[in-house]
Write a new protein. Structure first.
Length: 376
């Protein structure tokens, strides 16, 4: 009689080989009762490794291309135009799509938006917000620095302003548990888990992490660690590294160190934040004769330019446009409804877009269970 772990590995192998498998076929091939197979399938589905379909299971469903229709505002024209201020830490890469989403909702409500750029600095955040208040804004969308004493003081100040404030991709830290500010965020922790679960469903037992300096890096690392633990993946010798941003001084040496560790410890998959760094990993792998995805599967976190990589990168995609739209809707709702609304903390799930860079399963080993139905 096979152990549960052995049966589930055989079920995953069957799904990888065939795409979709009937539960009745699995029961016959495993020599197990339908009740046992359903129990195994439930455990795998709860972990995000398979998707239930009528009468069977299939590989997890993933998002394909970008939505053809951008999200529409749920806020109609207001009685009078509103000036909405927005402060973001950068106008490069991640943030333009967020800004466009917010701007579309504000414009659809017959209002205007005033944008200010900051630089991940609490003092500059406060200065830019102050300028917008002088301009007469009636609501604010802010992605402030939240770390350290300066970040805490900035959040306290934002919480006491006379206009509605919505945090974007930020939540108050634990030391401010009752700060009554709305927030629209992306669940980057869950997004990282989607990537790890996809790689595990392909058969990877050793999934490393590479993170560049960024506020997103912490929740991505947390999601990676949680998924690795919950899926009982191997950790000995698996890289969990911070690296310089692609193109900065020392980046080639840092990326080469990642690949050296992967080769030394048979690590066949990496989650890399963000696209530029993932492209750098692929570039250095090519120079070292490491084939992607045949010898190293790579999933990027961001999906800004991942599809243009060679090979095209599988990537976790935060819905930045919708995030900005949602933040603007929360702010305009506060302006339109002056009653005592509850605080809103809304978190969007990112999506995993599967492309070429993680298309191969890891090399088979002698101790890996045989596939259901025999080798192909």
């Amino acid at each position: 009689m096979r152990l549960a772990a052995q049966r589930r590995e055989l079920i995953l192998a069957a799904v990888r080989d065939r795409g979709t498998v009937r539960l009745s076929d699995l029961a016959a091939e495993l020599g197990a009762s339908p009740v046992t197979v359903r129990r195994d399938v439930t455990a795998l589905a709860d972990r995000g490794l398979v998707t239930r379909v009528h009468g069977g299971i299939s590989v997890p469903l993933r998002a394909g291309g970008r939505d053809a229709d951008q999200p529409r505002s749920t806020v109609g024209p207001l009685p009078a135009p509103v000036l909405v201020g927005m402060v973001v830490p950068s106008v490069n890469f991640y943030w333009p799509a967020v800004v466009h989403g917010a701007q579309s909702v504000v414009a659809a409500a017959g209002s205007r938006m005033a944008l200010r750029g900051s630089a991940y600095d609490p003092a500059e955040d406060r200065r830019q917000v102050g300028r917008l208040l002088e301009r007469g804004v009636q609501a604010l969308l802010v992605a402030p620095s939240t770390t350290g004493r300066a970040g805490t003081e900035l959040l306290r100040w934002l919480g006491g302003l006379p206009v509605p404030v919505v945090l974007v991709e930020r939540v108050p830290p634990p030391e401010l548990p009752t700060l009554a500010l709305d927030a629209a965020t992306t669940d980057h922790t869950l997004g990282a888990g989607l990537a790890v679960r996809h790689l595990a469903a392909l058969g990877h037992r050793r999934v490393g992490l590479v993170v560049r300096p960024s506020p997103t890096g912490q929740p991505v690392r947390r999601g990676w660690a949680i998924a690795v633990r919950e899926l009982d993946l191997e950790t000995a010798g698996v890289p969990d590294l911070d690296v310089p941003s692609y193109g900065e001084a020392g980046w080639t040496a840092a990326f080469d160190e990642v690949l050296t560790i992967c080769q030394a410890h048979a690590v066949g998959a990496l989650l890399v934040h963000s696209d530029r760094e993932a492209i750098g990993v692929v570039e250095r792998a090519r120079d070292r004769g490491i084939a992607v995805p045949n010898q190293l599967a790579v999933v990027s976190y961001d999906d800004e330019v991942a599809s243009a990589s060679d090979p095209a990168l599988s990537a976790v995609r935060p819905d930045k446009y919708r995030l900005g739209a949602l933040a603007a809707e929360l702010a305009l709702a506060r302006v339109a409804d002056t009653t005592d609304l509850p605080v809103h903390r809304v978190s969007l799930w990112p999506r995993l877009v599967v492309r070429e860079s993680c298309g191969a399963r890891p090399p088979s080993t002698d101790d890996r269970p045989a596939r259901v139905g025999g080798a192909r």
